[in-house]
Design a protein around this ligand. Sequence first.
Ligand code: HEC
Ligand code: HEC
Ligand code: HEC
Ligand code: HEC
Length: 400
Amino acid sequence: MLRRLWLAILFCCGLIGSGRAETPSAEAEGRRWLAHFQCNRCHDGSGLPDVPQEKHCTHCHQDILAGTFRIDQETLHTWQSHLTSLNVVPSLAGIGVRLRRSWVESFLLKPHDLRPALPALMPRLAITPPVAKQLAAALVPKEATPTPLPKGNLAQGRLLLESLGCATCHRFSGVPPLAVHSATFSLSTAQLQNAIALAPDLRFARERLQTNSLASWLRNPKQLKPDTLMPSFALSDEQVADLRAYLLTTPLLPQPAPPPFVRLPVLARRVSFEEVNERVFRRICWHCHSTPEYAKGDGGPGNTGGFGFQGRGFSVTSYSDVASGVLDDKRNRRSVFSPVSGPEAGPDKTPRLVAVLLARHKELAGQVTPGLRGMPLGLPALSAEQIQLVESWIAQGRPQ
Ligand code: HEC
Ligand code: HEC
Ligand code: HEC
Ligand code: HEC
């Protein structure tokens, strides 16, 4: 009787079963969020169903580059010459056995550049801390207990990184530059190009990887991630220990801060909408700020919504679309040319359209501008000349 009473108390207070019951529910919530943020429009291997080509940012770009997209040859060639973003994106296959849950959680909240040869970055989505926790639980449901840091010969580890040709694909910032020994891997030219784009900077391995997964990864990467382009190397136990020791424990220099962004003065010459459109809107922004006719029923995440955003109703497909502005949080229209107000306002009355471009430079330097999301979302910041062009066009009264 007494025992039953105790059990009842323990249940009421959530002291029994919480460990078991809570984990699956955080995971289930996380899976719901994966669908909400449409992570599968860029990533394969998320566990969500495939999306059709006209919705999949990466697959459609890949089909165009491979020449398998059904369209006339002339258009295809023009498109191919413009496409640089989201042509390859790391798949999330096997992420649960490789990455640390806590790392995934913090990365989703504050994504940063992991792959020096990949132009696109993980976008800064509207993910709150509790949601990041649930997403991380869904992606890394069970993490193995960390093993102690390896003991191995650091100098040997470094020599192996060089002699095995690891630097063909990988950069390792923070250590003296690695020599690139040419090695042949059984990959086609296109595969090698993708492997280089997808190879992470090895400085992050120590914070990202579950320590015990690294040895298995070095022995046979495909066992942990079937679709990886990283080749397998026949390594002895001693070689694995030396490589692991160097990767996880060699001292790292801090990452240098990116050079401060210098804004250029507005241009004296006339800047037309056509020029801004050609070099900025049509070239970089329109896919996320398009009209449904262009993007097959979907105006893109920045216009009709997507990636968990409601959509700001902002299309850049014509002069009048740009002039009609964006929806604010209360769904009222506001101009993109008037200065930003509130905490994000700068001293110099920067128009919203320019402020979001400057905010992207700040994001890439690790700072978030309150109330502003950097544009272009998830892509490298615009050059000083491109921003100057937009700014000059607005300063000149936006000629047609
Ligand atoms: C617009 C495309 C896009 C969307 C949408 C997107 N991602 Fe990403 N994600 C990327 C790119 C590109 C990278 C590679 C970034 C890098 O290497 O610097 C990345 C990297 C990651 C990584 C690191 C993986 C690794 O192996 O390094 C994780 C984890 C991740 N994304 C999770 C998510 C989740 C979860 C969502 C949905 C909430 C999501 N992503 C939505 C483009 C996207
Ligand atoms: C139906 C195929 C298709 C889909 C789906 C698609 N794109 Fe594109 N994308 C293209 C084409 C075609 C171009 C090149 C257009 C041109 O030449 O101006 C392009 C260009 C771009 C560009 C500018 C060029 C570059 O490489 O930087 C960006 C950015 C972009 N797309 C992002 C996205 C994002 C984000 C998504 C998912 C929300 C997406 N695209 C979905 C076909 C597609
Ligand atoms: C042909 C290109 C290529 C070569 C050569 C290569 N790798 Fe990789 N490596 C990759 C790619 C691509 C990934 C990313 C895994 C993925 O997402 O598929 C990776 C991932 C890794 C990771 C995980 C890093 C992380 O942060 O997730 C480590 C560690 C690693 N490689 C070590 C090595 C070592 C050590 C060597 C040499 C013995 C080596 N790699 C050679 C392409 C390569
Ligand atoms: C990968 C998709 C993507 C690309 C590329 C992109 N945007 Fe956006 N944009 C979005 C999304 C999503 C939102 C809504 C963000 C939100 O609600 O917080 C948005 C919002 C905006 C807003 C409204 C911001 C506000 O606070 O009202 C402006 C202005 C904007 N984008 C300009 C641009 C410009 C200019 C470019 C090209 C240089 C660009 N965007 C490229 C997805 C994108």
